[in-house]
Design a protein around this ligand. Sequence first.
Ligand code: MN
Ligand code: MN
Length: 297
Amino acid sequence: MLLIEEQIKAGKITSEVRNEVIKKVSVGMRLLDLCEFVERMIEEKGGEPAFPCNVCLNHIAAHYTPSIDDESVIHDGDVVKIDIGVHIKGYIADTAITISFNPKFDSMVQAVNEVLKEVIKVVKAGTRVGELGRIVEEGARKRGFKPISNLSGHSIEPYKIHGGLSIPNVWVPSTSELKAGSIYAIEPFLTTIDGAGLVINGNITNIYSLITRKRTQDKDLDEFINIIWSKWKTLPFTPRYFKDVIKKKSLDMMLNKLVKLKILRAYPILVEANGKCVVQAEHTIMPTDNGVIILTQ
Ligand code: MN
Ligand code: MN
């Protein structure tokens, strides 16, 4: 099976950075420092962030990255999900872990790690995605937890984190199959039994990506689009990346305009619909004819 060198290296950097951040993360740490640490280390190792480092506490399931002046810190009792993406020339690896500073949720963290292992164990070319969803759902239920049914894993393509195929966290009647040599992220999310098992949009948005390079008739906006395209193509970025370049007020204005024009996609944070704690584990994998290669091992 042909595995591209950049793809292997992106996977290796992602797992090294994840392992470093596990050692580093502690109560009292600012989320902003944590994310900048991750993004800097990715670059030092010769990769680029495939998306802004996501650090999501407790009932926030996904898409939180700190703003420019974010003062939030990790408190004792928090459950911290860190989601890291690296790309090299567009070849992406995506991994996530949950670190619990609350003993009440340790068993749920252990459960999501075990469920991810169980799913990966059955993966090979031809595995149906619905079957993977069934394993997550049953693995969650038998341990006393609920899967988040509207968050899923995904296929990965060059410069595309979500390549088009979803890998559900519940059983679905889909006949789509995993293909040998394609790249996928598998990412179960679990919540407690009194959770809704669903996420809804929250009221913070710090992640955007380019949908189209369509011109706007506004010189500044067109220039801004050019910068985004040249640096990130269609990969997600965060206003933080512009902190030394564009004043916050004009940056916010441009982002809002481009979202309205449907040139930028905005990713609001996703929160558990009942406000319950969410845990996540994620690996990027490549199925082979008789098994799987875990790129972010
Ligand atoms: Mn991820
Ligand atoms: Mn992912």
